[in-house]
Design a protein around this ligand. Structure first.
Ligand SMILES: Nc1ncnc2c1ncn2[C@@H]1O[C@H](COP(=O)(O)OP(=O)(O)OP(=O)(O)O)[C@@H](O)[C@H]1O
Length: 440
């Protein structure tokens, strides 16, 4: 292809994985970083991008993902999307930037695809990452990645326990401030004097008890990110001081005369709707616009039910009961519960159930009553009878688990009652990780 040498040298200069593709998805130029990212061999002029990244012969939009190439072609402008790719590290999230490349005649001759690995999120259980694979989760990742590339003030809005602090950490970790401090300021319960001394620090002798000079959190955060958690809880009179700090990045320590300056990136979060508070006169409008440069909505767990099984298995893996597993039946019931406390509540429930379960399989009956007796769950269950078919294996496992807890007789008698041979009974017990109590 004409111009290929020019395109190849352009791609070689990019330090992230990059390829040049034509509208038929065929790769015509590739850089070293790309070749190192994927284990499938690239044959220039033959291999298609989806064959390398998705191990699929069809473009990604055929599998429910948004195709940035088509977007780019339709608008003739750069497009981006978050995809799950099969890399040498397994299934990994990556942020794709697709740019149209025009030929000498001004027409689009192909597309430059640049990939950015998202290592703060994962589709599978991985320590210290955000777990999820649903569409709302991917949309959120897309926004986090965009936000982290600039210095814009980010406002995270989402229900309690939805992961706001984890997202704030991800925004910091993906930014060029990642080597500098990430400082959390809990705004709930801060009174005026605490607010000033915590944020701005104080000089020795500034008040009774100030026996030494203390640095404030804003000074500690210099060069990094400050996360104001539950910013909606800051009382009105302190909102003015915060606004002044955000506008000037300057402050004075309590009892100090010298003006100090701190360069920090602002991330705030609230579970309350701040615009409602603005309407009610409880939050300053000017402060709202200062902190809401780039709002990111965190979906509740109800909106990403598809993620519940992967999250449940993730929390089991992190617990001291890592060898235990959920039955499909238990996972189905968990997925139907509305989780008002979101991921934090799910995590607690998983830990409780794993502790309660006597066997290696965690059954529906091991889940806490808040789940098994929840009206919403029960209604969903009734509705689910026709739609969600529960596997017979799960029913059998649950029944045998109950029998194991209560049965006092001999295995031979039990086998007769169950109408199976003793060998079959033992095979089934082994399969579900169950044991009969030793008869007295
Ligand atoms: N996507 C995720 N994958 C794995 N764990 C998560 C995810 N999101 C949140 N968590 C975990 O859920 C718990 C609650 O998250 P976090 O504290 O970030 O929520 P929050 O929205 O800040 O809560 P609050 O509103 O109460 O301050 C934490 O233990 C966090 O590690």
């Amino acid at each position: 292809m004409k111009n290929t040498t020019v395109v190849q040298s352009m791609i070689n200069a990019i330090d992230k994985p990059a390829i040049f593709i034509t509208p038929d998805y065929v790769i015509h130029a590739v850089n070293k970083a790309y070749l190192e990212t994927y284990d499938t061999e690239v044959t220039l002029g033959q291999s298609r991008c989806h064959q390398i990244s998705h191990h699929s012969n069809e473009p990604c939009d055929k599998h429910g993902e948004q195709c940035p190439l088509q977007q780019c072609q339709n608008t003739a402008r750069a497009a981006n999307a978050v995809h799950i790719h099969n890399t040498t590290d397994g299934k990994s999230y990556c942020d794709i930037l697709m740019k149209p490349i025009k030929g000498d005649n001004g027409k689009i001759m192909g597309f430059l695809e640049i990939l950015d690995a998202i290592d703060y999120a994962s589709t599978e259980s991985k320590k210290d990452t955000m777990i999820g694979q649903s569409a709302p989760f991917k949309q959120m990742l897309n926004k986090i990645n965009r936000a982290s590339q600039s210095n814009i003030a980010v406002l995270l809005q989402g229900e309690t326990g939805a992961g706001k602090e984890l997202v704030a950490k991800a925004v910091h970790a993906a930014s060029n401030r990642k080597e500098k401090p990430f400082v959390v300021i809990e705004c709930t319960g801060l009174n005026e004097s605490l607010f000033e001394s915590e944020l701005f620090g104080y000089e020795k002798g500034a008040f009774t008890g100030a026996t030494t000079t203390k640095k404030g959190l804003i000074e500690i955060a210099h060069g990094g990110t400050v996360f104001f958690d539950e910013i909606g809880d800051i009382p009105m009179n302190m909102q003015v001081k915060l606004l002044r700090l955000l506008e000037t990045q300057c402050y004075r320590a309590v009892g100090g005369l010298k003006q100090k300056r701190s360069d920090f990136r602002l991330v705030s979060a609230s579970h309350k709707n701040l615009l409602d508070l603005v309407e009610k006169g409880e939050f300053r409008r000017d402060l709202y616009y200062r902190i809401a440069g780039f709002p990111i909505y965190l979906p509740s767990l109800r909106e990403r039910q598809e993620d519940i099984p992967v999250l449940a298995n993730h929390f089991i893996r992190l617990s001291e009961y890592k060898h235990k597993k959920f039955s499909n039946n238990a996972l189905t019931l968990l997925s139907q519960y509305p989780f008002p406390g979101n991921i934090r509540e799910l995590k607690n429930i998983i830990e409780q159930s794993a502790l309660i379960a006597n066997e290696d399989i965690i059954h529906r009956s091991d889940l806490p009553e808040s789940i098994t007796h929840s009206k919403t769950t029960t209604v969903n269950q009734a509705q689910a009878v026709d739609t969600a078919v529960i596997s017979l294996d799960d029913v059998e496992a649950e029944y045998l688990s109950k029998v194991c807890q209560q049965y006092q007789g001999s295995p031979a008698e039990l086998a007769i009652m169950l109408n199976v041979s003793v060998r079959t009974l033992y095979r089934k017990l082994q399969r579900y990780g169950l044991k009969l109590p030793v008869a007295n």
